[in-house]
Write a protein that binds this ligand. Structure first.
Ligand SMILES: *Cc1c(COP(=O)(O)O)cnc(C)c1O
Length: 409
């Protein structure tokens, strides 16, 4: 099925993929613009426009630190959520091994690939890893973590909220288990800003990753919180930026944009969450009622307020997405990074495993049918209506095609 423009039924865009990325808020863009033009200086330069850039950088760092309940020195600016995940995992793992503390890492089966592939890469260099399973709702149970800890465990990385199914992990509890034993605990919190509390002390985390473009900030900028005293080796070497923890001239406009976006996300958190949850709940109820063989993936309540991940028995998610796209509806089959590959998502496979032998085949059969709708602050009831209007027909049409092709002539 091609995506040529003449096949589109509408020019309207109904964007329901905020877990993949978000538009830059106009207030954020406005805050960024001077740092591309008049205040273009390098923050490492000593003359006036350099100092102005450094001042903006300091202010952004203070703002972000205060929202996370951290000290400004504990914030490292990076080039993305992926880079922050890489720095946290590789940076701590290598520092720990260098200090002779061991080389065992614990993570979960449903992490973003920026975490999983980094852990895999370290395994090729002599690290050992335990990949924790999840329960049928996508939760990492604290006892799974307790059972996996070893004397040579040097790092635990568990995401705050899952980008595909929205399940929110008991981070404070998992963090407390690690803290008790002095094991550094990283959480990939990329999906959390604007939806969940971000106080690093309440969460018991030593490292936390965020990425601006997931909360109405610009793409290509992230941050890593690193608690004072956490061992960390830099992964990008060169200049002395970021207290020698991440070399490279800082992305000043991006960082200013990220700080502004995080402030807005925090200010609007209660309102945006309630708004998204209301639309999401209407969508889920409407789909479950109107589309036979549909099912909600993940946790019924302990999930991101904007996330609806649904499976449709016997229908491929990709086919649904292509037909939705023709009606101007942008959704996803899971993580944007793997869509297009048609491989079942590692997150849904982990859920299927968790549900045990009796239900695994049934769930596995429905695996390709997962479609993720993730709401944002600009969505309206009309967007929900549009999906509820189109989706039952699309699923029915695809099922008919499958029956016809399987039945032969
Ligand atoms: C998007 C995402 C990332 C990657 O962030 P980038 O800035 O796109 O590199 C990592 N983890 C999670 C949970 C994400 O949703």
């Amino acid at each position: 099925m091609s995506l040529q423009s003449e096949e589109y039924v509408t020019d309207r865009l109904i964007y329901l993929d905020h877990a993949a990325t978000t538009p830059v808020d106009p207030v954020v863009l406005e805050a960024m613009i001077p740092y591309f033009t008049t205040h273009f200086g390098n923050p490492s330069s000593i003359y006036r426009i350099g100092r102005a850039a450094l001042h903006a950088l300091d202010e952004a760092r203070d703002q972000i630190a205060s929202i996370l309940g951290a000290s400004p020195r504990e914030i490292i600016f990076t080039g993305s959520g992926s880079e922050s995940d890489n720095l946290a995992i590789r940076g701590v793992a290598l520092a720990q091994r260098q200090a002779g503390r061991g080389s065992h890492i614990i993570t979960s089966a449903i992490e973003h690939h920026a975490v999983l592939h980094t852990v895999e890469h370290l395994q090729a260099f002599g690290f050992e890893a335990t990949i924790l399973p999840v329960d049928p709702k996508g939760l990492v149970q604290p006892e799974y973590l307790r059972a996996a800890l070893r004397p040579d465990t040097v790092l635990v990385s568990i995401m705050y909220a899952n980008n595909e199914i929205g399940t929110i992990q008991p981070i404070a509890e998992l963090g407390a288990i690690c803290r008790e034993r002095g094991i550094p605990f990283h959480t990939d919190a990329v999906q959390a800003p604007g939806a969940l509390p971000l106080d690093v002390r309440a969460l018991n985390v030593d490292l936390m990753t965020i990425a601006a473009h997931k909360f109405y900030g610009p793409k290509g900028v992230g941050a890593l919180y690193v608690r004072r005293g956490t061992p960390l080796l830099p992964q990008i070497t060169g200049g002395g930026q970021e207290r020698r923890r991440r070399a490279g001239t800082e992305n000043v406009p991006g960082i200013v944009g990220m700080a502004t976006a995080l402030r807005l996300a925090e200010e609007r958190r209660a309102h945006d969450s309630a708004h998204c949850a209301r639309l999401r709940d209407r969508l889920v109820a409407g789909i479950l009622e109107r589309v036979p063989g549909s099912r909600l993936n993940g946790h019924p309540t302990q999930r991101l307020p904007n996330n609806a991940s649904l499976s449709f028995e016997g229908v491929e998610g990709e086919s649904i997405l292509l037909l939705l796209d023709q009606h101007g509806i942008a959704a996803s089959s899971g993580s944007a990074c793997t869509s297009g590959s048609l491989e079942p998502s590692h997150v849904l496979i982990a859920l299927a495993r968790a549900s045990g032998t009796e239900r695994a085949p049934e769930i596995a059969a429905a695996l390709p049918g997962a479609v993720r709708f993730t709401f944002g602050r600009e969505n309206t009831d009309a967007d929900v209506d549009a999906v509820l209007e189109m989706l039952p027909g699309i699923v029915a049409q695809l099922r008919e095609m499958t029956v016809t092709s399987q039945g032969g002539v």
